[in-house]
Design a protein around this ligand. Structure first.
Ligand SMILES: [Zn+2]
Length: 341
């Protein structure tokens, strides 16, 4: 009697997972690329190299006089919401030229059922991945002479196969739900439940340690809520992130001028790093020697929707003014995506 080789079951499972991963990432890349095409094409123009140099210069000049942010570790969600309601909300509606609105539901990371579900799926998926790798090793061990003796019992083979298939299915579930573990550690706006989920760490792992900083995070996430209410959910994520960041950046600077509290500028350092990152990539793209003196000592960040988005908005804000934020919210992207600067 011949027994099916365990090698086949290993190959079969990896084939299923491999095909699904490649297919899924190809599809989502394709969709993202299509959605972001207009935004990236606008950014990747040689003329923007000098515009970004000016922006970096101005930002450095501005930051020079800003005092250190407070290191105080005092957090109160209620107070952050109060700061948003009393000091930010009116400026936000004026700035975006919209009517007063009801705040979305705001909850802590694990207080939201959608997040508990996502965390559970992610946890199970990670467990599945681990089991899969573990069983894979066991399966290969079973090929050796010694292993064959150890694992020749029929029950074990069945168990092995069931385990591997379960692991494969769970892994697929995670990949298809697209919830990489890191995403769970950020503040976010859940477009399905229309809730703001807060966490005390920013995109660049900066700790949010007081109500003023948290109020700025809320401003960013609540802007995503306004985008959703205004039909921007299918807009490119470069535009959505750039818009949210730009709005919070503008209002944060305004509040800083008024109160002198640097905690309202919580994202400024990350934004400067974004400008430098996009600047360097543009220089590379057009074979231009970057101004090393200008960017000396500034760390770069990842080139993704936040860094690209805020750079796009900063470039166009320079050309068209802060009007672009209310225009984009109303669905008018003509200034933002124009190519004549
Ligand atoms: Zn965002």
């Amino acid at each position: 009697m011949t027994k099916k080789s365990p090698v086949w079951s290993v190959i079969k499972n990896w084939l299923i997972i491999g095909t699904a991963v490649v297919g899924f990432s190809y599809l989502s890349d394709h969709v993202n690329h299509k959605r972001n095409q207009g935004a990236t094409e606008t950014i990747y123009s040689q003329k923007n190299i000098s515009v970004l140099e000016d922006i970096i210069k101005e930002e450095k000049h501005f930051l020079k006089d800003v005092p250190e942010m407070s290191a105080a570790n005092y957090l109160s969600e209620d107070e952050a919401v109060r700061i948003f309601d009393q000091q930010i909300k009116k400026n936000l509606t004026d700035f975006l030229k919209i009517n007063d609105f009801e705040n979305p539901k705001i909850c802590s990371k694990y207080g939201d059922s959608a997040n508990i579900m996502m965390a559970t799926i992610t946890g199970l998926g990670l467990l599945g991945l681990f089991c899969f790798a573990f069983l894979h090793v066991l399966d290969l061990c079973a090929l050796s002479k010694k292993g064959k003796q150890l694992f020749k019992e029929k029950n074990y083979a069945t168990l092995l196969n069931t385990g591997m298939n379960t692991a494969a299915v769970l892994t697929l579930a995670v990949l298809l739900f697209d919830v990489p573990y890191g995403e769970l550690n950020k503040s976010m706006y859940n477009t399905v439940s229309r809730k703001v989920i807060i966490n005390y760490q920013n995109t660049d792992c900066l700790k949010i340690n007081n109500p003023e900083k948290l109020a700025m995070t809320l401003t960013h996430e609540i802007t995503h809520h306004l985008q959703e209410l205004n039909g921007m959910s299918r807009t490119s994520n470069v535009i959505r992130e750039g818009h949210s960041m730009g709005v919070a950046r503008y209002l944060g600077k305004e509040l800083y001028e008024k109160t002198g509290n640097p905690d309202f500028l919580v994202a400024l350092d990350y934004e400067l790093r974004s400008f430098v990152t996009v600047y360097l990539d543009l220089c590379k793209e057009f074979n231009v020697e970057p101004n090393t003196g200008l960017i000396e000592g500034i760390k770069t960040t990842e080139l993704e929707s936040h860094s690209l988005g805020i750079s796009l908005f900063a470039i166009k804000e320079k050309q068209y003014g802060a009007e672009i934020y209310s225009e984009v919210l109303k669905g008018n992207n003509s200034s933002l995506l124009s190519n004549n600067n």
